[in-house]
Design a protein around this ligand. Structure first.
Ligand code: HPA
Length: 270
C-alpha cells in the first residue's frame, strides 16, 4: 500500500477500487469528463505524485466508472522534460496497482514515421524502443512490488492488442499498429534523428509512456497503449513542429480514441 493509495481510500471510499487505470496524454484529457459518478483528486494532494503539469494536462486523478467498469483516470502526466523525478512517474502507476487495478490503458500524442499514417489517426502500440536515456526502475528494487529484472516481452498485452483491433473494426476506426520510440524531449527531433529512428524500426515517436509501461509491467499490470498521431515526424511534413499543433491535432483524434477505449472497456469480460 502506497501512502497515496491510503489517502485515496480515505477520500474516495468505495470509489477507490478501480479495475482499470487510464493515463490520458496531451490534449486527450476529455475522456475523464465521461467518467460517471466521479471523484476527482488533484495530484498535489497525493503523496509522491508529480505536482504540476504542462499545457494540455490537468494533473488530477478521477475515480468512477466508464462503460460500467470501475476506473481510475490519471488526467495528465508528468514528463521527464519537466525535470520530474522518475519516482514521481512510478508512484501513480504503483498506486493504481495498490488500489487493485489489473489493467493499464495509456494514451499519448505522437509523431508518425509512416507517411500513410497521418495526423488524426490512431496507432496501437505493439512494442517500444526506449531512447529516453533512463529507466524508471534505476536504483534499489523493492522486491514486494516486483522483480529486479522484469521481462518486457509482451509488454503490450497481446490479448488486449487483439481486443483493441476488434473494437476498432467494430467501430469502423482505421487503427494502425506499430513500434513507439520515446525520447526525453523537450526539443522535437531533427530530420536526421527521424531517419535514424525509421532505420531502427520505429513507427511513431513521442516523449512519454515508456516509463509508465515499464513501471506497470514491473508491478504486474497488463498494459495496452494507443498513440494519437498528431503530425508526421520532423522532416516529413511541410511545417516545423509545435506544441500548439500537437494539441490541436490531438483534439481531432480524441473523439475516435474515446470511442475506442470505451468500446474496449465494454468488451472486457467481467
Ligand atoms: N515528436 C515527439 N513527440 C511528439 C511528436 C513528435 O513529432 N508529436 C507529438 N508528440
Amino acid at each position: 500500500m502506497t501512502d497515496a493509495a491510503a489517502a485515496i481510500r480515505e477520500r474516495a471510499g468505495a470509489h477507490a477500487a478501480p479495475r482499470v487505470g487510464l493515463v490520458l496524454g496531451s490534449g486527450l484529457g476529455a475522456l475523464a469528463d465521461a467518467v460517471a459518478d466521479p471523484v476527482a483528486i488533484p495530484y498535489a494532494e497525493l503523496p509522491g505524485f508529480p505536482p504540476g503539469g504542462v499545457a494540455g494536462h490537468a494533473g488530477r486523478l478521477v475515480l468512477g466508472s466508464l462503460a460500467g467498469v470501475p476506473v481510475a483516470v490519471l488526467q495528465g502526466r508528468a514528463h521527464v522534460y519537466e525535470g520530474t523525478d522518475p519516482a514521481q512517474i512510478l508512484a501513480p502507476i504503483r498506486t493504481l496497482r495498490a488500489l487493485g487495478a489489473e489493467l493499464l490503458l495509456l494514451t499519448n500524442a505522437a509523431g508518425s514515421l509512416r507517411e500513410e499514417v497521418g495526423p488524426g489517426r490512431l496507432m496501437a502500440i505493439a512494442d517500444h524502443i526506449n531512447l529516453m536515456g533512463f529507466n524508471p526502475l534505476l536504483g534499489s528494487n523493492d522486491d514486494r512490488v516486483g522483480p529486479r529484472f522484469p521481462s518486457l516481452r509482451d509488454a503490450y498485452d497481446p490479448r488486449l492488442l487483439a481486443a483493441l483491433d476488434e473494437a476498432a473494426r467494430a467501430l469502423g476506426i482505421d487503427l494502425a499498429e506499430g513500434v513507439y520510440l520515446a525520447v526525453s524531449g523537450p526539443s522535437f527531433e531533427t530530420p536526421a534523428e527521424i531517419r535514424a529512428f525509421r532505420t531502427l524500426g520505429a513507427d511513431a515517436v513521442g516523449m512519454s509512456t515508456i516509463p509508465e509501461v515499464i513501471a506497470a509491467r514491473h508491478c504486474g499490470l497488463r498494459v495496452a497503449a494507443v498513440s494519437a498521431i498528431t503530425n508526421l515526424a520532423e522532416g516529413m511534413g511541410g511545417q516545423a513542429l509545435s506544441h500548439e499543433q500537437t494539441l490541436a491535432s490531438a483534439a481531432e483524434a480524441a473523439g475516435d480514441l474515446q470511442r475506442l477505449l470505451t468500446r474496449l472497456l465494454e468488451d472486457l469480460t467481467p
